[in-house]
Design a protein around this ligand. Sequence first.
Ligand code: TRP
Length: 330
Amino acid sequence: MDKKRVLSGVQSTGNLTLGNFLGAINNWVTMQEQYDCYYMIADLHSLTVRNDPNTLRENALKLIALYVAAGLDPQKNNIFVQSHVSAHSELSWILNCYTYMGELSRMTQFKDKSAKHADNINSGLFTYPVLMASDIILYQADLVPVGEDQKQHLELTRDIAERFNKIYGDTFKVPEAYITRSGAKIMGLQNPEAKMSKSATNLNDVIFLNDTPDDIVKKFKKAVTDSDNLVKYDPENKPGVSNLMQIYGAVTSKSKEEIEKEFEGQGYGTFKMAVAYAVVEKLKPIQSKYNELLSNKDYIKQIYEKGDENARKIASVTLKDVKEKVGLIV
Ligand code: TRP
């Protein structure tokens, strides 16, 4: 088997958004034939903020249902739960000792999150990228499909892997980010200067995957644009319209040029409705599959148990090698 290996994950915190879907999972679906894929539920990462325990557990199952509803075939992909593979936590501790405070202090996500959760700047938030590096290099992943916002973490992952390899000889594959055409960041509808976030205080800013068609249409109608009435891709000067184009392009697979042509001479009203309907149509089958899956928890369990087992097999080989190299008795 010389398929390249892919690993990625999403945190199981909160309600999933259109941004999570278009920025991540939707792209993974296109990779399942060509690559050997590992997709995890990053539940350990979710602990860096306070959660209600039952909700967190439920969210992990929901996320698995979403992976499958979105089109990830559980036979072709390894869908697993991060906390079920103890090697993640173990490697993370070891790699903490090969990562510098200065490096972690430079992470923009850490700075953003500490500003947002000023009452809970815990050390997990600080070492979050080390756990993420462990997730990736445990599997000797070649490619990591991530959104723009995770690129810095991936750079750090590469640095840590290279540093370790330099000291102990070839141990880790140095992974590459895989940023897909439609995978770029989806921004908020009310504030298109910031990423669409599930914790947005203005609910019109974000489309949740379980929003009804009515909600979706309403939110797109209210989306912030500008006064040019011109559908043109220009993220700098026209962030609102560019974001809507980005969304429309991601759900219809149309290019920016095609979209500009399609709406030439038409106002924003028509354009917004087209985006809203395209999103509604895209989500409809996913929502119904998702609800069907969620009513069958046994099936979800089967999916992750199989994924967990395959993940453990690979992770344990890497971890043993690392332990030996750093001088632990194995
Ligand atoms: N930090 C990622 C995010 O918030 C989630 C994540 C955790 C991840 N571990 C990973 C993504 C490993 C890719 C690979 O989106």
